[in-house]
Design a binder for this molecule. Structure first.
Ligand SMILES: Nc1nc2c(c(=O)[nH]1)N=C([C@H](O)[C@H](O)COP(=O)(O)OP(=O)(O)OP(=O)(O)O)CN2
Ligand SMILES: [Zn+2]
Length: 117
């Protein structure tokens, strides 16, 4: 199996207001998010690609339009956890590119959450 991965970056604020008051993430704060999309295929296409990285430009546009410099509580229906974001971006990517196998979201350089069905 061949695998490729491409990262996308955006900055946004959020507040996990369902957490206890003493939890730091219950306060309004922001992150420089990294979204890593992984695609896989058993065979390469005629260009020698799983898929051309350039095809993923639609995700950059989606992120820039809907997520970058937004307040995530206004964008997502439920809590804006890294897990929920990973699922959201997975659903978007799987709808665009059938080779999508996982999406990973980092809020900090030391943590990530992944959705991989
Ligand atoms: N499983 C999850 N746990 C937490 C999430 C999450 O999305 N999934 N989110 C948060 C907060 O958004 C918080 O802002 C990030 O927490 P944390 O990684 O602890 O941030 P720090 O900057 O404090 O990280 P350090 O590495 O400890 O400096 C909380 N938990
Ligand atoms: Zn946070």
């Amino acid at each position: 199996m061949y695998r490729i991965c491409k990262e996308f970056h955006f900055s946004a604020s959020h507040q996990l207001a369902h957490l206890p008051e003493h939890h730091q993430c219950a306060r309004l704060h922001g992150h420089n998010y990294v979204v890593a999309v992984e695609l896989a295929a058993p065979e390469l296409d005629a260009n020698g690609f799983v898929r051309d990285y350039h095809d993923l430009a639609a995700l950059k546009s989606y992120i820039d339009t809907r997520f970058d410099h937004r307040h995530l509580n206004d964008v997502l229906d439920g809590p804006s956890t890294a897990e929920a974001l990973a699922r959201h971006f997975f659903d978007y990517c799987a709808g665009q590119w059938p080779e999508t196998v996982a999406v990973r979201v980092s809020e900090t350089p030391r943590s990530w959450a992944e959705y991989r069905p």
